[in-house]
Design a protein. Structure first.
Length: 130
């Protein structure tokens, strides 16, 4: 896990929220990779990963559901998603649920999530209290 990665918690009302995440909400490329569009719902908490001043990944949590997970292509396989998930698990009470792409299932398993259901394109995973 890269030690230079830091996590920042953001909400829709945060000062830098739209400057950082606005381009994400309008990105067709990210929506295509992830399989869904990200939205700035008022009840979501966002965790953003930074390497220096550059945002390199993010995820959101709404209620007990982890979503909108993404790591920029040049920062994949550097432990960014692992660090984001570790922060989510530490910050939000279990049970947590996530709908994962095939590319992210292994990272969620490493974080303690277990597959509970599969669909054609996604795996629904859950993390329960220990």
């Amino acid at each position: 896990m890269p030690s230079t990665i830091r996590i920042e918690r953001l909400q829709r009302g945060s000062k830098r929220f739209y400057a950082l995440l606005g381009p994400v909400f309008g990105s067709r490329q990210i929506a295509k990779e992830v399989g869904i569009n990200a939205y700035d719902d008022a009840d979501k908490e966002w965790l953003a990963a930074f390497d220096g001043e550059s945002m390199v990944g993010w995820l959101s949590v709404r209620g007990r559901v982890v979503s909108d997970c993404y790591v920029t292509p040049e920062n994949r396989n550097r432990g960014v998603l692992c660090k984001l998930l570790a922060e989510a698990v530490a910050s939000f009470d279990a049970p947590l649920r996530a709908t994962c792409t095939a590319a992210s299932v292994g990272v969620f398993r490493k974080a303690g999530f277990k597959a509970v259901r599969k669909t054609k394109n996604f795996t629904v995973m859950e993390l329960r209290n220990a």
